[in-house]
Design a protein around this ligand. Sequence first.
Ligand code: MLT
Length: 243
Amino acid sequence: MNSPLIDVVLSPPEIDLLPRRDLSAATAVVFDVLRATSTMITALAHGAAGIWPVRTIEEALALKAQHPTALLGGERNGDRIHGFDLGNSPLEYAENVRGREIITTTTNGTIALRAVEHAPTILAAALLNIDAVALHLNSHPAREILLICAGTFREAALEDILAAGMLISLLPGHPLSDSAQLALALYQQDKSDLPAALSRSRNGLALLAKNRKPQVDWCARTSLYPILAEMTPEACVRQRAAL
Ligand code: MLT
């Protein structure tokens, strides 16, 4: 079997088109390094039972009615939503989540995950578990590997494209689309200091302006957790065995 093509969706306007794209042969990998998928990986690594990504606050409250013991998490403009249990800082999810279901809505990350819900395999990924994702993709060949960069508001996010580029560097021998070559080139340029690169991004600067440097540094850590986070057909992200 030929090595599958790797393609990268760079920005939210492209994500808007994904629900109409045929993903039947694709493994979709969604990155929202600052901070949604980093938070999901951290929560699962600390024993969270499942994470339900939804698009709107209304959807979150409706799902809460069906799952009354679930925690409500997420952000708007980077801050915890009024009345919700948790914000979107990965450091908040390193405790008190063991065995809990979490319903979360964020500006970009949860939108990107739901935009590919029709793909047969959907992974939520971050720098924190990037080796585990590469290991899985290298041992579970798909016909297409689609990396989705969630972005920041309506713009491409440097940190997501960097993470996509790092993953591509761990998957040698695949044909690369132009956007995949762009992501790889960006990673090659910035790989020596990922925390500095994340701190230059729009969302990185916004987080630093709110004295949230520990969160930026946390999200810049690579391969801290050898876990996989897969979104199920019910649209719940659960930990899955890495191999
Ligand atoms: C998002 O999903 O838009 C981001 O994770 C927002 C954030 O946490 O700053």
